[in-house]
Design a protein around this ligand. Structure first.
Ligand code: GDP
Length: 452
C-alpha cells in the first residue's frame, strides 16, 4: 500500500525538521511543503491538502516551538489530528443490532470489489453470531448472481437472486421480504456497479434504495481510484444516503490518498477495509490507529486485538501485567516474536506492532522480516535466564555478547543489532508502564492513551 510510503515521507519530513537547530517559520514551511507534496503525490485532493496546511499553521505556535518544547511531537500531533479530521466525519455509522432485522445496501463502481465485500461483510458478522443473508440485485453484469452465489455458498450464507428477472428493484424487494420472514438480522443487498457514472446506474440505485429502505448504505471504493475519488464519491452521496464507506484493495500498490478524499466527500466514516481477495481479509477500520500506523507511530489497539486473538487466554493477563509494570525484558521480546510468527500474515501484524513502523518492516518483504525474527530468536536461545529476564542494558557486556555470538554461530555485529532492536522496542514499549490493563473491547481507550 503506497499510503505506507506517504507515512514514510511524512516521518522523514518531520525528522529533517527536528534535526534543524532552530525551528523558524522557514523550517516549518519547508516541512509542511514536503508533507503537502507527499499528500498530493498520494492522490489526496488538493483542497483538502491546502486546508490541512492552513490548519496546521494555525495550530502550531512557533513561539512554543522556540521555547524548546518537543517540536517534532507538536507538529506530528497537529498532522495526526488533521489526518484524523479528514477521515473522521465525527458521527458514527449506523450499527446494525444482532437479533433486529437491518437492511444494508452496497453501492459502488463496477470492479470496486462490491460483491466480494458484501460476502466479507456477511461472513464477518456471521462469525460474530449474526444471521446474515445476501440479495443479488445486480441484474446488469452477467455472472454477478453466480459470483454472489458461489461466495455465499462457500461461507454458508443464505442468498437470493434470479437468472431470469431483469428488474433489480423487484429482486431486492423479494429478497429482503423473504429474509425478514426467515428472521435474518442482517440483510445485505448488492447492487449493480458500472464503469462510468451512467445516469441509469444512479436512478436504479435510487429506486432500489426507495423500495428496500435500507438502514445503512455502504459505498465501496477501490483504494486505487486516485484523484477522481472525490467527485465519484460525491456523485454517489448525492444520489443515495451513503452512511459508511468500505475501502477495498488496501493490500495492493494503490496510492490510497484518493480514499482519504472520498471519505471527506461522503462525510461518512470508513468502517472496514479490504486487505485481500479472501473472505477473511477484512479489517475493522479505526481512524486513530490507522493514522498512527500511517505516521509510523504503531497501532496499539490493532496489536492488542491480535494479541487477544492469538495469545492463549491464560497467558494474556500475565503478558499485559508485565508490560504494564514496564518490564520489557528480552524474554518478553522473545515471546512476542513467537506470537508474531504464529499470527501471520506477518506483514499485517508488523505494521501494527508499535515500534515496527511500515518503513522498517515494509510490506512485500515479509520473508526477510520473518528470517530476521528467527535469527534474533536463535541468538536469544543462547542467552542465560538472567540475561533474558533482565531490564538492565548494561548487563550485556562484551564477553556476554561474544558468548552469544559463538553459541548461536553468528557474528558479534548480529548480536549487537539484536540488542539495538531490543533497546528500541523497550523504549517504545515502556509507554505501557502504568497503563490500565485492557480487556477485550477496551482497546480503543488504550489506543487513545498511547497515541496521545
Ligand atoms: P464488483 O464489480 O464491484 O462487484 O467487484 P468484485 O467483487 O467482483 O471484485 C473485483 C475484483 O477485485 C475481484 O477479482 C476481487 O477478488 C478483487 N478484490 C475485491 N476486494 C479486494 C481486496 O480487498 N483486495 C484485493 N487484492 N482484491 C480484491
Amino acid at each position: 500500500m503506497v499510503l505506507q510510503q506517504l507515512g514514510g515521507s511524512i516521518t522523514r519530513a518531520l525528522q529533517q525538521m527536528s534535526n534543524a537547530t532552530i525551528i523558524d517559520e522557514k523550517v516549518l514551511n519547508e516541512c509542511l511543503n514536503e508533507i503537502t507534496r507527499a499528500l498530493l503525490q498520494s492522490d489526496v485532493q488538493f483542497k483538502l491538502v491546502r486546508d490541512m496546511q492552513t490548519n496546521i499553521k494555525k495550530i502550531v505556535n512557533l513561539d512554543d516551538l522556540a521555547a524548546g518544547h518537543n517540536k517534532r511531537n507538536i507538529i506530528q500531533k497537529a498532522i495526526f489530528n488533521e489526518l484524523c479530521k479528514i477521515l473522521d466525519p465525527g458521527k458514527p455509522a449506523f450499527a446494525p443490532k444482532k437479533g433486529k432485522p437491518s437492511v444494508v445496501m452496497f453501492v459502488g463502481l463496477q470492479g470496486s470489489g462490491k460483491t466480494t465485500t458484501c460476502t466479507k461483510y456477511a461472513f464477518y458478522h456471521q462469525k460474530k453470531g449474526w444471521k446474515p443473508a445476501l440479495v443479488c440485485a445486480d441484474t446488469f453484469r452477467a455472472g454477478a448472481f453466480d459470483q454472489l452465489k458461489q461466495n455465499a455458498t462457500k461461507a454458508k450464507i443464505p442468498f437470493y437472486g434470479s437468472y431470469m428477472e431483469s428488474d433489480p428493484v423487484k429482486i431486492a424487494v423479494e429478497g429482503v421480504e423473504r429474509f425478514k420472514k426467515e428472521n435474518c438480522d442482517l440483510i445485505i443487498v448488492d447492487t449493480s456497479g458500472r464503469h462510468k457514472q451512467e445516469a441509469a446506474l444512479f436512478e436504479e440505485m435510487r429506486q432500489v434504495s426507495e423500495a428496500t429502505k435500507p438502514d445503512l448504505v455502504i459505498f465501496v471504493m477501490d483504494s486505487s481510484i486516485g484523484q477522481a475519488a472525490f467527485d465519484q464519491a460525491q456523485a454517489f452521496k448525492q444520489s443515495v444516503a451513503v452512511g459508511a464507506v468500505i475501502i477495498t484493495k488496501m493490500d495492493g500498490h494503490a496510492k490510497g490518498g484518493g480514499a482519504l478524499s472520498a471519505v471527506a466527500a461522503t462525510k461518512s466514516p470508513v468502517i472496514f477495509i479490504g486487505t485481500g481477495e479472501h473472505m477473511d481479509e477484512f479489517e475493522i477500520f479505526d481512524v486513530k490507529p490507522f493514522v498512527s500506523r500511517l505516521l509510523g507511530m504503531g497501532d496499539w489497539s490493532g496489536f492488542m486485538d491480535k494479541i487477544h486473538e492469538v495469545v492463549p487466554m491464560d497467558q494474556q493477563p500475565e503478558l499485559l501485567q508485565k508490560l504494564s509494570e514496564g518490564n520489557f525484558t528480552m524474554r518478553i521480546m522473545y515471546e512476542q516474536f513467537q506470537n508474531i510468527l504464529k499470527m501471520g500474515p506477518i506483514g499485517q501484524v508488523f505494521s501494527m506492532l508499535p515500534g515496527f513502523s511500515a518503513e522498517l518492516m515494509p510490506k512485500g518483504r515479509e520473508k526477510e522480516s520473518q528470517a530476521k525474527i528467527k535469527r534474533y530468536m536463535y541468538m536469544m536461545d543462547s542467552m542465560t535466564n538472567e540475561e533474558l529476564d533482565s531490564t538492565n542494558p548494561k548487563l550485556m557486556n562484551e564477553s556476554r555478547i561474544m558468548r552469544i555470538a559463538r553459541g548461536s554461530g553468528r557474528q558479534v555485529r548480529d548480536v549487537m543489532e539484536m540488542l539495538e532492536e531490543y533497546k528500541r522496542l523497550a523504549k517504545i514499549w515502556s509507554k505501557m508502564k502504568g497503563l490500565k490493563i485492557p480487556k477485550k473491547g477496551e482497546m480503543s481507550a488504550l489506543s487513545r492513551n498511547m497515541n496521545a
